[in-house]
Design a protein around this ligand. Structure first.
Ligand code: SD4
Length: 333
């Protein structure tokens, strides 16, 4: 009797468990559908590409990459790669202005929708640091490779060593050496680092940032651009941010992470960028002498930006339109 009851109970238990299991499956299916619906309605603005400075060729390349069905991360690599390969641009990739010893050293990083991060710091002779950063993220047990190690890794991955110091950048450096006054000029020596944020049509966000850093910097100097949380931060649940300008100030305030956390608290991308800029302005008596600009993208596909001074521009590719905009800025005097 006892045994029968036990078997009955066990059978009931099994039925109960399987009913519960199917209820749970149904429930998680409904949850998945609700989530998918939420993503669809949330992302009526997707896809979207936003980048620092006037880089329409780069945003167009990222957009085309998305159109081919590539991931948001690949679109970042393709977009930033256009400017890195442009020898006339003097701030990223080939043609970048050198350090005070005449060496072009590059910093770049990427983050994907899973929060994975990869970076190269102070790397010479390889014109596509952003693509190398992606490989550091995907193909090594590490997140940052610096200097000679980064270069050797790039070569092992098939990248070609080349001289990145163009005639124009060399003569700029020689001119600078005549006075050798290190005074970064707002929007000029700080100009044209590409930070790019991409949301694909499913609302998935990735980002990247690539630079030759400050012109005529000290040898070995690394700025914010390749440092997670400073030059770039992506949280696919919330949004992403990237920075341009005087990296030392962005690093000290962990700027991009701050912007994403402010969006998490409900701020719009514009408001979050403004608050992060104000954090710098309020801490630094010297803000009149340097520029910092942020761009941000939230999970709804809304974009925003803010800078300390006039002169900063952003490029957005959205709804098939590729355009530059002048963001609001603090120092209107
Ligand atoms: C750096 N943030 O190395 C970079 C420079 C930059 O546009 O953004 N230039 O500090």
């Amino acid at each position: 009797m006892k045994r029968r009851k036990f078997i009955q109970n066990a059978a009931l238990g099994t039925v109960g468990a399987s009913t519960l299991a199917s209820a749970l499956v149904a429930c998680s299916d409904t949850e998945k559908k609700t989530k998918a619906a939420a993503i669809d309605t949330q992302n009526k603005n997707a896809p979207v590409v936003i980048a620092t400075w006037d880089v329409k060729d780069a945003t167009a390349a990222a957009w085309q990459s998305l159109e081919k069905g590539n991931s948001a991360l690949q679109a970042v690599i393709d977009g930033c790669g256009v400017e890195e390969a442009n020898a006339d641009g003097q701030s990223v990739g080939i043609g970048g202005l050198p350090d005070r010893d005449g060496r072009v050293t590059l910093d770049a990083c990427v983050m994907n929708e899973h929060g994975d991060y990869g970076a190269v710091l102070c790397m010479e002779n390889i014109k596509h640091p952003i693509a190398v950063a992606k490989m550091v993220m995907e193909d090594t047990p590490h997140v940052i490779l610096a200097g000679v190690g980064a270069e050797q890794f790039a070569v092992s991955k098939g990248f070609k060593r080349e001289n990145l110091l163009t005639e124009a950048s060399k003569s700029g450096w020689e001119e600078w050496k005549k006075t050798a006054q290190y005074e970064p000029i707002i929007n000029i020596e700080n100009h044209d680092t590409i930070g790019m944020l991409v949301m694909d049509k499913n609302g998935t966000i990735s980002g990247g940032c690539t630079t030759s850093g400050l012109a005529f910097k000290m040898a070995g100097r690394v700025g914010d651009s390749a440092v997670i949380g400073s030059g770039l931060f992506v949280d696919n649940e919330i949004g992403a941010c990237t920075a341009t300008g005087l990296g030392e100030e962005v690093l000290k305030t962990v700027g991009s992470y701050l912007v994403v956390e402010l969006m998490r608290q409900g701020k719009s991308p514009d408001q979050a960028c403004k608050e992060a800029v104000m954090r710098i302005v309020n801490k630094s008596k010297n803000y009149k002498n340097f520029q910092v600009g942020y761009i941000a993208l939230n999970k709804k596909g809304e974009t925003g930006s803010y800078s300390i001074h006039d002169g900063f521009v952003t490029t957005t590719y959205k709804n098939g339109i590729n355009e530059t905009k002048k963001p609001e800025y603090f120092d209107k005097l």
